[in-house]
Write a protein that binds this ligand. Structure first.
Ligand code: ZN
Length: 479
């Protein structure tokens, strides 16, 4: 691989171009499909996203969520049942109006999200408190006619996600579910995929359309912009009333259920995996979700037999391939480093004569020459520490980006250097919206919300209006 074929810009210097090159040169997606805002996901991303789905679904099933497959189409009357939901989503809905030549009496929406599909069935399924909690999920693709500029994996008009929909007897149970969703996000997105984030409760003016409370995980890009990752919501009871999702409680009284929903967008989380771990050489994948974990490079034809023997041994604990292409070894090294393979074995005749093997590990980007007899043992050990090394590095980058600020000038400086500003703020209820608007107008940044996981004590005055501060909020730019 010549220099030109590799990544030619630095991630920290020109993040946008870096991301574009990664997508094209590592063959993650082909953007040439002839419908705007839609793209073709290629094997190198699909293999990873399949694994990401698996880990999320396993975690959900362990927590008693049951899988469903709902229709892709939702009748307009369902979407219209709850007014704030339809108001929020209408500008983004793709409509099906015809079947063949026949015009439908009622338009069908390509699901932008499926609350109104699930709830229409919940009203048939839920009768008594014994039916609760009802915990469902589906893996699905959803469609949104995004009007902002689309960006592969980050914002496209079709994306791939998991949506969970639950019904509970009490608000307390619903809040418990929100906390469980936050834990699931940590267990999977952070501990397996290595993506650091903070879960915020969004301010009242920034809730999901139809939600009573919205909580969302914010991850960070090197350009200082936030990417919203999974969000979880306590849905307003207007919904259960509109959809007639009621149950007979222990006291024989009929009550509306409390609904929650949670949505990890796999294709978007994939973007964060790429962005957080990738470097100037290319991709880096955490061990468990790497599309391929080990590549063997025979430097000489005479070692092919040895390569095959090793492959059989390695297959017992990792996915492995041998690169028999006729590229020069240096080209092969660069290629697989760019592709983000965790471990590479450079199999040379000289080494083998000395009973040695060269191992390249992408977590630390270093070569280790080891005794042939220790190879398998060493590889197993590295596979266990590999992801932790990526996580440690990612966490540090993330934590270093949080800056405490005292006034607008300091917020401005923090945002300019790509940080998340933490400050005292008057209110995340309606009366604080004016201050948030000033921040948005003057700095192009948003109040992301308040933290639930750490109790933070506000002191002094709001950074904008100088009234008494009641909250500690985080401010950043976002996609
Ligand atoms: Zn204020």
């Amino acid at each position: 691989m010549s220099k030109k074929q590799g990544i030619t810009v630095k991630k920290e210097e020109n993040f946008s171009e870096w991301f574009t090159q990664i997508i094209q040169k590592c063959e993650l997606a082909d953007l040439r499909y002839n419908v705007k805002g839609f793209l073709v996901f290629q094997p190198w991303s699909v293999l990873v996203m399949e694994k990401m789905y698996k880990y999320f679904e396993e975690a959900l099933q362990k927590k008693a969520h049951k899988p469903y497959w709902f229709p892709t189409v939702i009748p307009e009357s369902n979407l219209k049942k709850e007014s704030s939901h339809i108001k929020g989503f209408t500008p983004e809905v793709f409509w099906i109006t015809h079947g063949g030549k026949k015009k439908f009496e009622e338009k069908l929406a390509l699901r932008p999200t499926s609350e109104t599909a699930f709830y229409s069935m919940f009203s048939l399924w839920i009768r008594s408190h014994n039916d609760l909690p009802l915990k469902t999920y589906q893996r699905a693709n959803v469609f949104r006619y995004e009007t902002k500029a689309t960006r592969p994996f980050l914002r496209s008009r079709e994306f791939h996600w998991i949506e969970t929909h639950c019904a509970h007897a009490t608000e307390k149970d619903a809040m418990q579910q929100v906390k469980e969703d936050m834990n699931t996000t940590k267990e999977v997105m952070h501990d397996i995929f290595g993506v650091p984030f903070i879960f915020f409760e969004r301010p009242s003016w920034d809730k999901f359309p139809g939600a009573a409370r919205t909580f969302a995980a914010d991850a960070l890009n090197p350009d200082g912009k936030i990417i919203q990752q999974p969000s979880t919501h306590i849905i307003s009871q207007k919904f259960s009333k509109a959809f007639n999702v009621k149950f007979k409680d222990k006291d024989e009284k009929e009550k509306p259920a409390w609904m929650t929903c949670y949505g990890p967008a796999i294709s978007r989380i994939f973007a964060s995996v790429v962005i957080v771990h990738g470097d100037d050489k290319g991709l880096k994948f955490p061990w468990k979700i790497a599309p391929l974990q080990v590549i063997i490079i025979p430097i000489d034809k005479k070692v092919n037999k040895k390569a095959e023997t090793l492959k059989k041994q390695i297959q017992k604990f990792a996915s492995v391939e041998i690169d028999y292409t006729d590229k020069r070894p240096g080209e092969k090294f660069n290629h697989w480093e760019m592709k983000g393979i965790p471990l590479r074995i450079d199999l040379g005749l000289k080494d083998l004569k000395k009973k040695k093997i060269t191992l390249y590990r992408r977590d630390l980007d270093k070569k280790e020459i080891i005794n042939e007899k220790d190879l398998i043992k060493t590889m197993k050990k590295i596979s266990k520490e590999f992801t932790n090394n990526l996580i440690k590095k990612a966490d540090k980058v993330f934590d270093d980006r949080i800056k405490d600020v005292k006034n607008i000038k300091e917020i401005k400086a923090a945002i300019k250097e790509g940080a998340i500003a933490r400050c005292n703020f008057c209110s995340v209820e309606k009366k604080g919206e004016k201050c948030a608007e000033i921040i948005e107008k003057d700095l192009g940044a948003e109040v992301r919300g308040t933290r639930l996981d750490e109790k933070q004590k506000p002191s002094g005055k709001c950074v904008v209006c100088e009234k008494k501060a009641n909250q500690v909020v985080y401010i950043a730019k976002s996609y």
